[in-house]
Design a binder for this molecule. Structure first.
Ligand code: ME8
Length: 657
């Protein structure tokens, strides 16, 4: 640790399942972690922020099989591929210091050693497992834990499972875990403690099945071929292997373990507050200082899930509204420990009210007035008034409250504090009426101080908002030309006195006001386009297994025909009526259901291919003598058809064989 540092700080997100692309719920936790990491860095901590992906397990194996690729290829695509996990975190400005993939060699080898250590110390033993398994959640359940016979986490069907397996002596640690949960601040918010104790510990903690033999995509138990380590053991230890535990890849364990906090979603609190500390106890390792279980984001009142088709795409929203606006919205709107209901209307309302009206307006008015009245240069001098002291006192109070709330992970409350200051500053403009002060020479010194006070309120707010909206905060500080040394946590001087000097530059519009109706329509359109883009680019008809004997095939009389006339058939939006020269001297009439694909005039004069010996057919009371050949396929979900056209040098009636 360097001398200037306040200390080390280790914070983690859950490592994500790359079984499908991440949605806004995943982004929520990562943005919160990033904000906390940036806040701690701002305060002078030496931060290690870990995130990553949890890549083993039956679900991944099944999905890869479905996609016709290897599990490694499958996860590589979702983690590293275009618009994958890494791309998303880059787009969303996630400042992680380390990214772990559980398929990384060093992690796999470390897990094998860890498993063996617990086997050697007697906490892992061999037995036979009979119970229920939820494949999507990769979770074992006892009968009593099921809700209406279904997985208590996701509500889906569970399967019977019985196999030879290794078990971890979780029951042995029940009392110590209960004490940890009830008598320390290990798990927060407090409501989660009751949930864990009442639902899992009091009914009796059973030993945990920690190996599987029915699939192979996992860390192999090296001393017992055929067994793979239960994916949660593999996943939970990522928090330590990523620091160098049981491997030589990294050397940060001493500096950063125990973790200051693991941020996790509420449905995985059980793993983090019961199983994880029990395994650490088994190995005699220090426990993380805190597990914080945040709530879930629902969409329009429903749980977000791929099968419901209601997952919210963070790419789409970031591209449309800006990454900072999205980051801000997530933490401003939903109290971190509770569930929240995401709607696009709420997002846009927050952008308009808080960002465009309150913050954006304050900055643009202040810069515009300082330009208009002082050419952007707020030099020495000025004249204070008692009102300034009130604003100054509020700024100090806001900073103190903000810090208190951030340290409790209460992001929305911390943001409320910043908005108290911003609102106060906007009101200060109305109270001091700079446009009136600017009218007479005698009131110009007062105007100068008013402008400095406004700049100072903006500077403080921008610093406090930096962890939430790093890019916007920088833009704001640039518009006020705040020197680097006045952008830090400790630069809390109140720079509005007579000695203070400010300089402003007109900058970009920070948060343009949104026309909600228009934006909702645009979002629908973008969603439809994105869904289309996800469809396989090209689909061809499946090949037929049924064989046609050669003689039967040769019976089809395929001829080159030239289009003499082509017209739409009245009252039919499908049919085109062709008059064709087939070389026989008598025009041939064919009706074809291709009006969706061609305009009649495009086809006149073209040389096409027709089967000419089909029995005549009546369509819309007209006779069709044959069929025109075309090629069909599907492109991005849309049916495509191309008539087979021959070189026009081929004469009408030429036989195709
Ligand atoms: O659980 N709202 O991975 P995961 C808020 N691999 N948070 C949500 C959410 C929503 N709608 N949907 C998901 C795993 N999350 C394990 C973690 S850690 C050792 C292993 C959160 O990709 C969820 O609560 O299924 C969890 O914290 C995180 O996203 C990762 O979920």
């Amino acid at each position: 640790m360097c001398e200037k540092c306040k200390g080390n700080y280790y914070i983690t997100t859950p490592i994500y399942y790359p079984s499908s692309n991440l949605h806004i719920g995943h982004a929520y936790c990562t943005v919160a972690t990033d904000t906390m990491a940036r806040y701690k860095r701002l305060q002078g901590y030496n931060v290690k922020f870990l995130t990553g992906t949890d890549e083993h397990g039956q679900k991944i194996e099944d999905k890869a099989k479905e996609a016709g690729v290897t599990p490694q290829q499958f996860v590589d695509n979702i983690v590293l591929g275009e618009k994958g996990v890494i791309d998303l975190w880059k787009l969303m400005n996630i400042s992680y210091d380390r990214f772990i993939r559980t398929t990384d060699d060093y992690h796999v080898a470390a897990i094998q050693r860890i498993f063996k250590k617990m086997y050697d110390n007697g906490d892992i033993y061999k037995g036979s497992y009979k119970g229920k398994y939820c494949t999507p959640c990769e979770s074992f359940w006892t009968e009593s834990q099921l809700v209406d016979g279904k997985c208590p986490d996701c509500g889906r069907e569970v399967k019977d499972a019985e196999e030879e397996a290794y078990f971890f002596r979780l029951s042995k640690y029940a009392d110590r875990i209960q004490d940890l949960l009830e008598n320390t601040d290990f798990l927060e918010p407090r409501s989660r403690v009751n949930e864990m104790v009442n639902n899992f510990i009091k009914p009796g903690l059973e030993d945990l099945c920690v190996s599987r033999t029915s699939f192979t995509w996992g860390v192999p138990v090296d001393f017992d071929p055929g067994h793979v380590v239960y994916v949660w053991i593999d996943a939970l230890f990522n928090y330590m292997t990523a620091l160098g535990f049981e491997n030589d890849k990294y050397d940060d364990l001493e500096a950063f373990w125990p973790a200051d906090v693991h941020f996790v979603g509420k449905e995985i609190v059980r793993f983090h507050s019961i199983i994880w500390p029990a395994m650490l106890m088994s190995l005699g390792l220090p426990l993380p200082k805190k597990v914080y279980g945040h709530g879930w984001l629902n969409f329009n009142g429903e749980k977000m899930s791929k099968s419901r088709g209601n997952v919210v795409d963070p790419y789409l929203l970031s591209e449309r509204f800006g990454v900072d606006a999205l980051r801000f919205f997530l933490l401003r709107t939903f109290p971190f420990g509770s569930d929240g209901n995401f709607t696009n209307e709420l997002l846009m309302g927050t952008i308009n009210t808080d960002l465009a009206n309150t913050l954006g307006n304050l900055v643009s008015r202040t810069v515009a007035m300082s330009q208009k009245y002082f050419g952007g240069n707020l030099g020495e001098g000025g004249e204070s008034a008692p009102l300034d002291e009130e604003v100054k006192a509020l700024a100090a109070e806001v900073i103190a409250n903000y810090e208190k709330q951030m340290d409790k992970f209460q992001f929305s409350v911390a943001l409320n504090e910043i908005f108290r200051l911003l609102d106060r500053a906007n009101k200060y403009i109305d109270e001091t009426t700079p446009w009136i002060l600017a009218k007479t020479e005698e009131t110009m010194p007062r105007l100068l101080t008013v402008m400095k006070n406004l700049c100072e309120c903006i500077r403080i707010s921008a610093i406090l908002i930096t962890p939430f909206m790093p890019e916007s905060a920088e833009k704001i500080l640039n518009m006020l030309n705040v020197p680097a040394e006045a952008r830090g946590w400790n630069a809390q001087c109140y720079c509005a006195d007579e000695k203070a000097v400010w300089n402003t530059t007109v900058g970009p519009v920070l948060f343009p006001r949104l026309d909600v109706e228009k934006e909702l329509a645009a979002l629908e359109e973008l969603k439809a386009q994105a869904a289309k883009a996800k469809l396989p680019p090209l689909e061809i008809e499946p090949y037929s297994d049924e064989k046609v004997d050669f003689d039967t095939f040769c019976k089809s009389d395929l001829r080159a025909v030239k289009v003499i006339e082509c017209k739409n058939v009245k009252k039919s939006d499908k049919l085109l009526q062709f008059t064709l020269d087939d070389g026989s001297g008598t025009p041939r009439q064919i009706l074809s259901g291709i009006a969706k694909f061609y305009k009649p005039e495009e086809l006149v004069g073209k040389t096409l291919v027709a089967i000419t010996n089909l029995p005549p057919r009546k369509m819309m009371s007209r006779e069709s003598n044959g069929m025109l050949l075309s090629a069909v396929h599907t492109e991005k979900g849309e049916e495509k058809l191309n008539l087979i056209m021959l070189n026009d040098a081929i004469p009408a009636g030429a036989k195709l064989c």
